[in-house]
Design a binder for this molecule. Structure first.
Ligand code: ATP
Ligand code: MG
Length: 679
């Protein structure tokens, strides 16, 4: 273990191996590097058994990188058994061991947004609330917020005269009850239930306190109240909790992250050592100066300034474009020019934006120019309808009580169980207070069901029972899944669902992709199970840049497109921050609904500090809305960057309409090429 690669403060942090430690430092100062070095040090120098170490991060990608780095340093054998995971993955692991104590079964389903929304809509219907009047996701948001603050249904107090909050108060207890009846949990439950386990069962708490003697948490600034309590409980005995974070990069306040966790750490963990890092190893001087200048405008922060011993580097380019197409084209020209001039690979470029819809124009242009790219986030693969349908079958096979998914497939592909029959079955199950699955299995006992329907239901149940057995017996899950999808004629149903054969083909391919994902899962895993596969799929959700397929693509040579939120912790030689306009950054919501402008500024800071060598800021003078150009105002954050750091490439607002497309493109290209070569 060679500590000489680290600066004195980093070394101190690595050597501090007993008691609470807070490492508070700005972007690119080597916080993540301290965590990996610290793990290597504990295992390599202090002889700590790796299975006593737990490291928590926010994305799967970060978790994997961490695992790889440590493995490199201490060797594969010694790294085995160490747990490096996201909060959610960690909690799934813990629940698999102990959830039965809370009255759930081990084969629980994990509900992500779409399943949750469906459940909420069903509940609204039961309450005879007009489903069109209320947005299910907004209701879920309120419930989720309560859960993140650890407020249980019985203590939820609705906001006065707020009809959403009032309805949420009615839904919340019903929602929790239904989840439990379906043997399902949502993402917030993952954390909440583990907290309950640790609080209510001393033997469980002790087990984990012993198992995880050394805890490390990256991106600590983004933990919420529930996650914080979880850490506090886990570290309660040995108090070997090392957290690293940057209050200036807290960007999940909207999801309940509590900056107080980092600001109060010293109070909550008495005797905590605090180490600060101020040297930045990532970015050039100019980029760093811009980042410092922007973040300085926030009032709520611990004052700190980053410095670098490196060169000032190039000035930051500010490109004011005509409209979204122009913006996309300029980015392409830049990629071509920079690649050529500085001998870069495609993967050295990242295009960062505030909202996922902004990616469209760039994707089109990248495709048009034949530039390889990878899109992170956006419409998630596993959120697509055909994929969800296929997965729903698998979920029900694992957990037949999963009613949301059971209803999704009951008559899909069509098998003659119409809506009226489905309603009768549901009502019957509610009246008898029996799980729907049991009612289906005993369909002959339900009144008013026609013989044909009974036959259809029985056929459905038999089919699933048969596949449940096959999946339990086989090691080749992918093969069995392919058989199942063929037997239910999923592909035919997909083709019937649309007139567009190209679309249908793509959808059918997506189902095939699910089977492929399963095949690569079973290759990787020692003991592959259907339930294990589904857990993996669930955890890949949530705007994390890390599906396996994506991960592979990232390693290939491709330009990266992603939101500012998902770029956290990453670095790229060249970064384009696009849409630097009011209403994008800061986001419209934060302006109108008086959300935190400071959080938007932190997001801007995160974006700037992703760049190593060159940063380009772009915005458009106008963007089309319903086909008409609407003028746009440059982001206020641009004004916070000292003018001498900026290199304005285009003059004042150009006219909205102008020369023909082709010509304009050529002019821009050569103008920019020329500017580049003159530099
Ligand atoms: P962020 O806040 O963005 O997550 P961070 O503080 O976690 O950043 P790292 O990602 O750990 O920073 O490090 C940033 C870059 O600096 C990496 O490329 C890392 O390898 C490099 N680095 C860190 N410490 C040193 C050091 N002592 N000497 C040289 N390079 C270093
Ligand atoms: Mg980091």
């Amino acid at each position: 273990m060679n500590l000489s690669m680290l600066n004195p403060q980093q070394q101190a942090a690595v050597r501090h191996d007993q008691g609470p430690l807070l490492l508070l430092a700005g972007a690119g100062s080597g916080k993540t590097r301290v965590i990996t070095s610290r793990i290597a040090y504990l295992v390599g120098e202090r002889g700590v058994p790796p299975d006593r170490i737990l490291a928590v991060t926010f994305t799967n990608k970060a978790a994997r990188e961490m695992q790889e780095r440590v493995t490199e340093e201490v060797g594969r054998k010694r790294a085995k058994g160490m747990v490096v995971a996201t909060f959610h993955a960690l909690c799934v692991r813990m629940l698999k061991e102990d959830i039965e104590r809370l009255g759930y079964k081990k084969n629980f389903s994990i509900y992500a947004t779409a399943d949750q929304a469906r459940l909420v809509r069903d509940l609204m219907q039961q309450l005879q609330v007009d489903g069109k009047k209320f947005d299910a996701e907004r209701l879920l948001w309120i419930i989720s917020d309560a859960k993140n603050r650890l407020v249980p249904p019985e203590r939820f107090i609705p906001r006065d005269r707020d009809e959403y909050s009032t309805l949420a108060a009615e839904l919340y207890p019903r929602y929790q009850k239904a989840l439990k009846a379906f043997n399902a949990v949502d993402f917030d439950d993952l954390i909440m239930l583990v907290v309950r386990l640790l609080q209510e069962f001393p033997e469980v708490r002790e087990k984990y306190q012993e198992r995880f003697r050394y805890l490390m948490v990256d991106e600590y600034q983004d933990t919420n109240a529930a996650q914080y309590l979880l850490l506090k409980l886990l570290a309660g005995k040995h108090r070997n909790l090392c957290v690293v974070g940057d209050d200036d990069q807290s960007i999940y306040g909207w999801r309940g992250a509590d900056l107080g966790n980092i600001l109060d750490f010293e109070k909550d963990f008495s005797g905590a050592a605090v180490i600060r890092l101020e040297q930045n190893y990532r970015s050039t001087g100019n980029i760093l100066a811009a980042a410092n200048a922007v973040i300085r405008n926030n009032k709520k922060r611990k004052d700190k300034a980053l410095w670098t011993s490196g060169e000032p580097g190039r000035r930051i380019e500010y490109l004011r474009c005509e409209d979204e197409e122009d913006e996309a084209r300029l980015v392409m020209e830049r990629i071509h020019a920079e690649r050529f001039k500085h001998n870069l690979a495609y993967r050295d470029f990242a295009i960062l934006y505030r909202t996922n819809v902004q990616s469209r124009a760039f994707e089109e242009q990248l495709r048009y120019e034949n530039i390889p790219y990878v899109l992170i986030g956006g419409q998630q693969f596993f959120d697509r309808k055909e994929v969800k349908d296929a997965i729903a079958y698998l979920r029900v096979l694992v957990n037949p009580r999963d009613e949301v998914n059971l209803l999704r497939i009951l008559n899909y592909p069509k098998r003659g169980i119409g809506e009226t029959s489905a309603d009768r079955l549901i009502r019957h199950s509610a009246e008898l207070n029996r799980p729907l699955w049991e009612v289906l299995a005993d369909a002959a006992g339900v009144n008013d069901l026609g013989d044909k329907t009974v036959e259809a239901v029985t056929g459905f149940v038999t089919l699933l029972e048969r596949y449940r057995k096959s999946f339990a017996r086989t090691r080749d899950l992918a093969h069995t899944a392919r058989e199942l999808f063929a037997e239910i004629k999923l592909e035919d149903e997909i083709y019937r669902g649309t007139d567009d054969p190209v679309k249908a083909r793509r959808r059918a391919d997506n189902v095939e992709e699910v089977v492929n994902a399963m095949a690569s899962y079973q290759e990787r895993e020692e003991k592959p199970t259907l339930a294990g596969f589904l857990d993996k799929v669930s955890l890949l959700d949530r705007d994390q840049p890390n599906r396996d397929g994506k991960e592979k693509k990232l390693q290939q040579d491709a330009v990266v497109l992603m939101s500012l939120h998902s770029s956290k912790g990453l670095e790229f030689p060249v970064v384009f921050m696009v849409g630097m306009e009011e209403e994008y950054l800061p986001h419209k919501k934060s302006i109108e609904e008086s959300f935190d402008i400071e959080e938007e500024r932190r997001l801007c800071y995160v974006g700037i500090t992703r760049a190593r060598n060159h940063l380009l800021l772009l915005n458009a003078a106008a963007r089309k809305k319903y086909g008409k150009p609407q003028p746009r105002v440059p982001s206020r954050f641009l004004e916070e960057i000292p003018a001498e750091l900026l290199d304005r490439k285009t003059g004042d607002t150009p006219p909205i309409t102008g020369e023909p497309e082709q010509e304009k493109m050529a002019t821009n290209f050569f103008a920019n090429m020329k500017a580049m070569l003159e530099e």
